[in-house]
Design a protein around this ligand. Structure first.
Ligand code: IVH
Length: 576
């Protein structure tokens, strides 16, 4: 028995070490397969000796019994909130208040931290083991989310090292990376499940799950930024040393945290992080400055529910509200009509927004959006602005959004695409919008890469009747182009030589440029590699196409439909 106990303990230590390297330090030392092997070995051993299972075993992260509700937990030391600052003068005043209260003129050192947009949690460790975890709640009483916190793999179930307090509360923020957020939402979209408005809501929804299995499937992250109660342990002199200690115990701490010598350093930090904001893997809504010296912190104390020694310096918000003035329908390359919201212009995180995508009619129905509504707009990073939700309380005199029966560009009938939320203009390339989008795609960098043929020029060429298909591009002459408004002689000559240059390309790019439905770069390259000759595609069967790995029945049908049409064959011959 002793032998098994030792073997199990050794495996646990080894797996915990790999967990730490992987989830906390982002620096795994063994391949996933080796980790899985160790994990299975431990699980099998534990199954054979259930009396040896311990709650801190890595196999026991996700408990099975979903409770009926969350029990209440009282924080040893209340969890406070932060005062907000919105501009430099607020920070200058903050610094002055501190110096006045401490009666000193010297610079104050601050620890600067990103302000994560997630949920505050409090974890209690007793004798080095995770005892419970709670949400912030009202600051005094939180909800018992121990099972869910255990499901986050970067949370140590047991502190690393030998030296730790008898009891300690550790505070941090649970959040979802932007990528995970997109993944959860696109999966929910596919299965008709509930989508979340932003990563914060998604993190909250994932953490406050009665079934910890669901939490475990959501890949939540956590960074720790402070402590509450601490018993029988020497407290360091500064906040940054507390964070160093947390790292030693195995807690993930945000690597962007920086110590500065005075409030000027805070303002520099603000700008640095604001510039990085879109590149970070997670969302932040500002930065936090904390007086670094813990003696100074103690002297400063609190006003009502917020410390005098810390402040949140907020970034411009990603969400604003405005009025939905109208909805237009844009016709894309494949004829699909996309509803586009025309908004009363509003500044969202530094950029004026007057349009937002509405994706499709199902989305409009699901969000119950009507023309005239007040809506919440979200613009995060470089993504296209979106309507998050409608403010129903403000609704009056609105009217429903209807899909037009005729294409707004060419008047051809609009048809619903079977089995999809999408509608399509039936005009094909006789529809000017589809023609223009098709030519833009053909000329684009990843397709034929025709340098200098931008969107505006394509629109102009089509409007002036110079081209009616992509093949017409290659009949263009300098003399025709120089008469156009937008083109000087030199640019016209450059364009003609760019067209000439585009003629030597790869088969994969050429196939991609044709703009066949559902044929992206990858599929186009697969076709080039497996079929080899464009003429063979004219007669290839759906079965043959499906025998190519990664080409399914739907795509195979689109490909064979496209190449079997004589108008497409003629176009290809002309291009060749
Ligand atoms: S310190 C007394 N540090 O912001 C100190 N909070 O508005 C209280 N937050 O409830 C918290 N990142 O959820 C602190 N680096 C950070 C933070 C942070 C995010 C959240 C936390 C808190 C809220 C206060």
């Amino acid at each position: 028995m002793k032998h098994f106990a030792e073997q199990i303990q050794k495996l646990r230590d080894e797996i915990n070490e790999h967990n730490y390297l992987y989830y906390v330090l982002d620096a795994p030392k063994v391949p996933d397969a080796e980790y899985d092997r160790l994990f299975h070995e431990l699980r099998d051993l534990e199954q054979e000796h259930p009396e040896l299972i311990a709650p801190d075993s890595p196999t026991q992260r996700v408990g099975i019994k979903p409770a009926g509700h969350f029990a209440e937990i009282k924080h040893y030391i209340p969890m406070l909130s932060l005062d907000n600052a919105f501009d430099d003068s607020d920070i200058i005043n903050f610094n002055k208040r501190i110096q006045d209260k401490l009666e000193i003129a010297q610079d104050i050192k601050f620890c600067c931290e990103p302000k994560l947009d997630g949920l505050a949690v409090n974890l209690c460790y007793e004798n080095g083991y995770l005892k419970w975890a709670a949400t912030r709640g009202d600051g005094f009483l939180g909800e018992d989310i121990t099972q869910n916190i255990r499901a986050i793999k970067s949370v140590p179930l047991k502190l690393r090292g030998e030296n730790f307090p008898k009891l300690i509360e550790i505070r941090g923020e649970v959040f979802l990376c932007k990528k995970e957020f997109d993944k959860i939402n696109s999966e929910a979209d596919k299965t008709g499940g509930k989508t979340f408005a932003n990563p914060r809501n998604a993190a909250a929804g994932s953490l406050r799950q009665l079934d910890p299995q669901v939490t475990a499937s959501r890949n939540l992250s956590i960074y720790f930024y402070g402590i509450g109660q601490i018993e029988k342990f020497p407290i360091p002199n500064s906040h940054h040393e507390v964070l160093e200690q947390l790292k030693k115990w195995g807690f993930p701490v945000n690597p962007e945290i920086k110590l500065v010598n005075n409030y000027h350093g805070c303002l520099d930090y603000y700008n640095t992080i604001l510039n990085k904001r879109n590149k970070l893997a997670y969302e932040i809504d500002g930065v936090v400055y904390k007086v670094d010296d813990l003696l100074q912190q103690r002297e400063l104390g609190f006003v009502s529910r917020a410390p005098r020694w810390a402040i949140a310096h907020k970034f411009p918000a990603h969400e604003e509200m405005t009025e939905l003035l109208d909805v237009d329908f844009q016709v894309g390359r494949t004829g699909v009509l996309t509803p586009v919201a025309r908004l009363k212009p509003v500044n969202v995180s530094g950029v004026m927004v007057s349009n937002a995508t509405l994706h499709n009619m199902d989305e409009i129905t699901r969000k119950d959006i009507q023309i005239g509504d007040w809506v919440i707009i979200r613009r995060a990073g470089d993504v296209i602005p979106e309507i998050v939700s409608v403010i129903l309380d403000k609704r009056k005199n609105t009217h429903k959004i209807k899909m037009p029966h005729k294409c707004p560009v060419c008047d051809a009938p609009v048809e619903r695409i079977e089995g999809q939320a999408a509608y399509r203009c039936s005009g094909g390339l006789t529809c000017r919008a589809q023609l223009i989008e098709g030519i833009k795609h053909f000329a684009s960098r990843r397709a034929m890469d025709i340098n200098g043929l931008g969107d505006k020029l394509v629109e102009q060429f089509v409007a002036e009747g110079l081209i009616k298909s992509v093949a017409d591009l290659y009949d263009l002459e300098v003399s025709q182009l120089v008469n156009l408004e937008r083109l000087a002689e030199k640019s016209a000559e450059n364009l003609i030589s760019a067209l000439e240059k585009s003629k030597s390309t790869t088969l994969g790019r050429f196939i991609f440029a044709l703009g066949i439905r559902d044929v992206g770069e990858t599929t186009a390259n697969l076709l080039a590699k497996n079929i080899g000759d464009i003429h063979k595609l004219f007669t290839v069967s759906e079965e043959d196409l499906q025998s190519i790995t990664d080409i399914g029945p739907v795509v195979a049908k689109h490909i064979s439909d496209f190449f079997s049409q004589s108008k497409h064959q003629k176009l290809i011959e002309r291009l060749i």
